[in-house]
Design a protein around this ligand. Sequence first.
Ligand SMILES: O=C(O)CCC(=O)C(=O)O
Length: 272
Amino acid sequence: MTEDHKIGAYGIREQNKIIATEDTHIEELKNLGYTIVKSGFSDKKKQDIEQAFEDARTEQENKHGLDYLKSIDEHRLIRCPLQYNPIFIEILNHPLIAAICQSLIGPFVILNQQNGIINPPNKEKYSQGSYHRDLPYQHFTSSHPLAINALYCIEDFTTENGSTFVLPASHKEEKFPSDQFIQKHQRQVEAKAGDFIVLDCMLYHSGGVNKTDQQRRAINNVYTIPMMKQQINLPNILAGLYKDDPVLEKLLGYTTNVPNSIQDYYDTRQKK
Ligand SMILES: O=C(O)CCC(=O)C(=O)O
């Protein structure tokens, strides 16, 4: 910051300092509950992710059947894309996202879920298009974040295609605010393809209405303290895949899976 841009202040003895790249994001997440992080992925990588997203969607539909997925309102979600292509592992293991999560949640972070999210065109409704917390039904606040959602944008998120609405600082309040407050203070966040919209999971947010004739896609990556159960048992799905990598072994939950027996629990103690 140049002298011209220095903020005038008095009576202040303590102030945050921006030193590392992640510090700006950490400050925004603490104070506002959201921030935008540039992935730095090349155009080629972004295209490969988009292709992998569509391939994963086809594979899921072939496996479970589109009619069945529609009958349970799961046709606009891809559950656990990480099982289909290692490119999704690169997304969930992004170094800047990892640094932010570790600084906010603590040194031991696990992936709770990764989902492909499709906001359909022509104002059609979808499951994420209503206000919620990513730790739903919870009405407490905590002094440290318990969970962070890094929503990777496959295309530009615009007001036209239903980019995400947030209620700034609502992660600090227990109750969902009144409709009047929401109408006055909600903010629609715009982001570029390849950005992550990163949210404190206790921030109230909602997908917007997609008024265009093109789908708007994203991949959410939710990270939590290791004491929270995963949305789906990822070690079970991955069946040993990536277990040889000590970082991924922890992140994917291999070391925090609930032991099936007392002997299994003793084995975890022995490894410590
Ligand atoms: O699709 C969106 O804009 C929001 C996604 C969302 O709400 C979520 O990942 O929890």
